[in-house]
Design a binder for this molecule. Structure first.
Ligand code: FAD
Length: 437
């Protein structure tokens, strides 16, 4: 139900679809969902149980869902988006940073195991960019927060920001080196192919439409097949609710991206700046921007706007409306690229919880969940997938304790209050973001 194309996937050569599940079969382990969490879970299971059958069922195709639609930031130290000053207890943040870093490490390990390129994944860092005085104040608070955590960072002034981005807009930047940057579709495709070379079986276009427990086994039904497994991992992010779990506890938020066509040589010269950079906005509801150069040429990518859509789908008019905001944000930042069109426009789902916690653990006998990544699922999903495999294999580790320390997502107000309230907060936040949007 994600609107528009998965742009990162469109940049890559098309591949033949994998077969759908079309028969009755069995497995030791069934993983439902082939995103960051599901593929990481399958990888860890295949490492821990080399002789076992591990099957992954994906409703659409690999890299077509949010895994191929995100902005590709694997963030280690998330910006505390609500802080104006930061002097609180750092224990929780240190725990989350340990988890994010373990996710990044596991992805880097997959990179070397499966011979991925730097384009698929590299530890290249990111900049938190500020345009307005409010944004500069946010960055100052972020710098204090990082100092409090003894995390290194580098401050960039307006001239340095222009030298990197080619844009005259940014007044201040805060560079942190620990973020890994992905070509997300390339990474996820190569991870899937690597797993298959390791005997994991992956079926596409095989949505699980029923999951029942029978005689100590789980039975998952797809439109054309059925699979019986001893243990199941649900790694479907917000679709956990479609399985009947955590109803009215998960917030389904769509956010949107646009990617330019490949820039001509003349446009690249007019743009200036470096060939690859990645920028998150100082204001939580501002605009994320990336410049990439690699497969598909040199391009810019814009991401902004967020809408709360509890039905997990959006109206078809949404993309054209959001496109106007993307075009304004692009024109403001890059007036030298007047006339450069967007080739791809898309939306995708995030799963958030009110108290910023994930769903992780054994939710019924031999049914495990690693879902609700709170918008940072490239790192969080990767580590949650790895750790859910370890939990299901009865392993213990301090990192697993870190993950298990998350509370349950708190309840949402009833509809339509939740939708009206959440969308009003988002619209107000976007209005306050001003030029950061
Ligand atoms: C525009 C945009 C930008 C983003 N930018 C970033 C970013 O820079 N950094 C970051 O960390 N995160 C970002 N995100 C969020 C990120 O994409 C998600 O957090 C991440 O994809 C979650 O990973 P996951 O594996 O838990 O779930 P998903 O990637 O959603 O994977 C779940 C999979 O389960 C499948 N599925 C669902 N139901 C079924 C079923 N019944 N049967 C079989 N399969 C099923 C789905 O098709 C899907 O492929 C962004 C998202 C969007 C939309």
């Amino acid at each position: 139900m994600d609107p528009g194309p998965a742009a990162w996937n469109e940049l890559l050569p098309s591949t033949d679809p994998r077969e759908a599940l079309q028969r009755k079969t069995t497995a030791d382990w069934l993983v439902i969902g082939a995103g960051f969490a599901g593929l990481s879970a399958a990888r860890r299971l295949s490492e821990l149980h080399p002789g076992d059958t591990v099957v992954v069922l994906e409703a659409t195709s690999v890299a077509h869902g949010p895994a191929g639609r995100n902005s590709g930031f694997m963030i280690d130290v998330p910006h505390d988006l609500t802080a104006t000053d930061y002097a609180g207890d750092t224990t929780k943040d240190e725990r989350l940073i340990r988890l994010n870093r373990a996710g990044i490490d596991y992805a880097l390990d997959a990179k070397s195991a499966y011979g991925m390129s730097d384009e698929a994944l590299s530890l290249s860092g990111k900049i938190n960019g500020a345009i307005t005085s409010r944004g500069v104040a946010h960055n100052a608070a972020y710098a204090r927060y990082l100092q409090n955590l003894s995390e290194p960072f580098e401050e960039l002034d307006a001239d340095q920001m222009k030298l990197i981005t080619g844009s005259h807009c940014y007044q201040h930047g805060l560079f942190t080196a620990g973020t890994a940057m992905l070509q997300p579709a390339m990474y996820i495709r190569e991870l899937a192919a690597g797993l298959e070379s390791n005997w994991v079986r992956l079926y596409e276009h095989s949505p699980v439409i029923e999951l029942l427990r029978k005689d100590n086994q789980w039975v998952a039904r797809t439109p054309k097949g059925q699979i019986q497994a001893s243990r199941v991992v649900l790694s479907v992010n917000g679709h956990l609710e479609s399985f009947g779990f955590f109803r009215r506890q998960l917030m389904h938020v769509f956010t949107y991206g646009s990617m330019t066509r490949a820039l001509t040589r003349r446009e690249v010269t007019a743009l200036g700046g470096k060939a690859n950079w990645a920028l998150t906005p100082a204001d939580a509801l501002g605009t994320t921007v990336r410049r990439i150069s690699g497969t598909g040429g040199e391009r810019l990518i814009i991401r902004n706007r967020a809408t709360f859509d509890p039905s997990l789908s959006v109206n078809k008019n949404r993309i054209p409306r959001v496109a106007q905001d993307h075009d304004k944000s692009f024109a403001f930042r890059f007036p030298q690229l007047k006339g450069v069109d967007m080739e791809y426009r898309w939306g995708g789902r995030l799963c958030l919880s009110r108290n910023n916690t994930s769903v992780f653990g054994e939710i019924e006998t031999n049914l495990f969940a690693a879902c609700c990544q709170n918008g940072l699922g490239t790192a969080k999903g990767t580590v949650a997938g790895k750790l859910i495999a370890e939990l299901a294999s009865e392993q213990h580790s301090p990192l697993l304790d870190d993950q298990m320390a998350d509370l349950e997502p708190t309840k949402l107000p009833p509809e339509p209050i939740a939708s009206i309230g959440a969308n009003a907060i988002l619209r107000w936040g976007e209005y306050r973001a001003g030029r950061e949007l």
